[in-house]
Design a protein around this ligand. Structure first.
Ligand code: 13P
Ligand code: SF4
Length: 329
């Protein structure tokens, strides 16, 4: 695809915005795709929803809405577009489909999964419910629709504590992220029965490296996602969902910050916060990184990667997501 004068003219305002995090030579490769995707989106009345972990050329170049998992689920329920392209992972596309069963939801790469989501099946949840009869099941949104269909209420990292508290019970089954379960337990008096799922990206962080970074950068603010191991959360200044982490930077404008999470997010947030110095961890999510501009263009052009689910699963799974959305952030 060619970086023509027309492409350059139309995409230049986007490049000016992200020039700090992207070399010009790289832009000449991305710009023709951005130009074509944005044109096609209008022609097809399509919308691109992107998670905060997407690369800057997607996040700033083609996304109509970029956010954390909770806002993506809420936004998916509001859109009037005919086609939703999810620049994110499979469970996010499934959640968008649950909220819009009659719309076309496309995922540019069907192999964009999630280690948490693949750690548990619907059958596992049925067995747990048998083992702990009457105990409500709270599932992280990072699960398959099949698991959501066995769930009383979903949550994301933005509202996990609020959702668990809202149930007003002494005990809950909380799936599948063991670290998030421990975080929720630390913030409530509720007894949590957890599952041994982990996020392969956040599990790589450890307290020793955080302490070392703080020693070398005494003024730094360290903010961590609750999918991190508890020892990491303990030595951090703030814990929150990806959007809560972004808000922390926007509101506090720390001189130096380390976002203990997937590293594309620091690039994305750097763009809007030029005076903040980001110490960037380089843990990439291999699933999120499967989504690229050429794949977005291909799926939009040919309408491939459509999310198809059984009606019975959609109806059951949708209830658990709707309950979460009603409780909110
Ligand atoms: P958020 O809900 O905080 O955006 O996190 C989703 C995710 O997959 C984090 O790894
Ligand atoms: Fe799943 Fe972790 Fe990737 Fe998020 S960062 S999609 S939790 S593997």
């Amino acid at each position: 695809m060619e970086f023509t004068q027309e492409v350059q003219k139309v995409t230049d305002p986007i490049y000016k915005k992200i020039a700090k995090v992207m070399p010009e030579i790289e832009w000449s490769v991305h710009a023709p795709y951005i130009y074509k995707i944005n044109k096609l989106k209008k022609e097809k009345n399509a919308v691109i929803l992107a998670h905060n972990y997407q690369t800057p050329e997607i996040y700033h170049g083609v996304a109509d809405f970029s956010a954390d998992s909770l806002s993506l689920a809420i936004q998916a329920s509001k859109t009037s577009a005919d086609i939703i392209v999810m620049a994110g992972v499979h469970f996010m596309a499934e959640t968008a489909k649950l909220m819009n069963p009659n719309k076309k939801v496309l995922l540019p790469d069907m192999d964009a999964g999630c280690s948490l989501s693949s750690s548990i099946t619907g059958k596992d949840v049925r067995l747990l419910k048998k083992k702990y009869p009457g105990v409500p099941v709270v599932s992280y949104v990072n699960t398959s629709a099949e698991v959501k269909a066995e769930t009383d209420v979903c949550c994301t990292s933005a509202n996990a504590v609020k959702i668990v508290k809202s149930l007003g019970v002494k005990k809950v089954i909380f799936l599948p992220d063991d670290y998030l379960a421990k975080y929720v337990a630390s913030q409530t008096d509720v007894e949590i029965i957890s599952w041994k799922g982990i996020c392969i990206v956040h599990d790589q962080f450890n307290a020793k490296e955080i302490i070392e970074i703080r020693k070398n950068n005494p003024e730094i603010k360290i903010i961590a996602h609750p999918e991190c191991p508890p020892e990491v959360i303990k030595v951090s200044d703030f814990t929150g969902s990806t959007s809560a982490m972004i808000k922390y930077v926007e509101d506090n404008q720390p001189k130096k910050v380390m976002m203990v999470t997937e590293c594309s997010m620091s690039d994305n947030v750097q763009v809007e916060n030029p005076n903040v110095n980001f110490i960037k961890p380089c843990n990439l999510c291999p699933h999120m990184k499967k989504i690229t501009l050429p794949k977005i263009l291909d799926c939009l052009e040919n309408e491939t990667g459509e999310i198809i689910m059984e009606k019975s699963i959609i109806e059951k799974a949708r209830l658990s997501v709707e309950k979460m959305v009603a409780i909110g952030r």
